[in-house]
Ligand binder design. Structure first.
Ligand code: DCP
Ligand code: MG
Length: 370
């Protein structure tokens, strides 16, 4: 590893896939501020500045010490003038006026509230805001607003699914999914992915990746799992998407593109102890919590790529793809890795294989919290 000029400190890579980023964030005050700015840019549809702030926050998350002044940031990659100004103001004044203004801004607050509903993205939130709507109650009361099925479920279970999912709840969900998939045969493998695989103790949902030993034999798996959950009375909402996977389609340049594997976005009932529901009222008492669960099912020969893609973080995934393209002339997505010069897809059984193809040191899932 190279060093920063004039110091013994190792240089920090501009790519998150060449940094080890644990959940131990020593610069949370700074990264929280930069992420508010990024989110606000996202609401204003300014993609470039948004990415700039996200990259800056991501670099700071990888540091093993806390910065104490702007001078400490000299030599760090991805810190643009705007990010540096914010960092400096926080060191000098304790907070950033620009960030405080955004946090107090009605539009920011409203869009943040609206996009916290399952199925509501920035575009829809903006549309509602422009109509003068400011609260979830106002949306529900407005008969001229058409909600799709996902948004309807989002409002119906809002109270539960807006609360973070705990590790204990993710583990309980793991048992439910394993039980539901067991009748498909003993060969099914099920792995927790997403934020919980990176060691997070809370998540907004629980992500699972499932597969079977023989490629092409996975087709019936999800419909069967969903059917079983339904018959157990646990299925509150299901959006099932059939596979449109075709290896002949090259990996795309666009990161945002969802992968083409069979998948479903669910809301499931998770049984809880009664005392957990602290509400004492007779009508509110129930022994379950609604939890968001995503299931994805790649054919087994695509498993490593899909696991890597769904493990995140989003910033880590972005930089893996950018690194592959710019530094290696390869295209990476959740389906595969394509070597442009050799005009061929590279096979991989494990995530380690993919890092090796890219000439990268292996980064453990809990070091991918970029
Ligand atoms: N992902 C991706 N491309 C997208 C969306 C997500 O590659 N367009 C990946 C990165 C995420 C993973 O899928 O880490 C799971 O998505 P989540 O939105 O569930 O994100 P996390 O699990 O990381 O966070 P949370 O704790 O909020 O669930
Ligand atoms: Mg998740």
């Amino acid at each position: 590893q190279t060093s920063l000029p004039g110091t013994s400190l190792p240089a920090v890579s501009q790519y998150a896939c060449q940094r080890r980023t644990t959940l131990d964030n020593h610069n949370k005050l700074l990264t929280d501020a930069l992420e508010v700015l990024a989110e606000n840019c996202e609401f204003n549809d300014s993609k470039g500045p948004c990415l700039g702030f996200r990259r800056a926050a991501s670099v700071l998350k990888s540091l093993t010490t806390a910065l104490s002044c702007l001078q400490d940031a000299v030599g760090l990659p991805c810190l643009g003038d705007e990010s540096k100004n914010v960092i400096e103001e926080i060191f000098v004044c304790g907070s950033s006026s620009r960030v405080e203004d955004i946090l107090a801004d009605e539009r920011y607050q409203t869009l943040k509230l609206f996009t916290s509903v399952f199925g509501v993205g920035p575009k829809t939130a903006e549309k509602w805001y422009r109509r003068g709507l400011r609260s979830l109650e106002e949306i529900c009361a407005d008969s001229s607003i058409h909600l799709n099925r996902m948004q309807e479920a989002g409002f119906l279970y809002y109270e539960d699914i807006s609360k973070p999912v705990t590790v204990a709840e993710a583990k309980a969900m793991d048992c439910i999914i394993k039980e539901a998939a067991s009748c498909f045969g003993s060969g099914v493998t099920i792995n927790l992915t997403g934020g919980f695989r990176r060691g997070k103790t809370f998540g907004h949902d629980v992500d699972f990746i499932l597969t079977v030993p023989e490629p092409g034999k996975e087709d019936g798996l999800l419909p069967m799992v969903i059917g079983r959950l339904r018959s157990q009375g646990l299925l509150l909402f299901s959006d099932f998407q059939e596979s449109t996977f075709d290896l002949n389609k090259m990996p795309s340049h666009r990161f945002e593109a969802m992968d083409h594997f069979q998948k479903c976005f669910l809301i499931l009932k998770l049984r809880t102890a009664l005392e957990e529901g602290k509400q004492r009222g007779p009508t509110r008492r129930r022994d379950w919590k609604a939890v968001r669960v995503d299931l994805v099912v790649p054919p087994v020969d695509r498993y490593a790529f899909c696991l890597l893609g769904w493990s995140g973080s989003t910033q880590f995934e972005r930089d893996l793809r950018r690194f592959a393209r710019l530094e290696r002339g390869m295209l990476l997505d959740n389906h595969g890795l394509y070597d442009k010069a050799a005009n061929t897809f590279l096979p991989a059984k494990t995530e380690e294989d993919i890092f090796a193809h890219l000439g990268l040191d292996y980064i453990e899932p809990w070091q991918r919290n970029a």
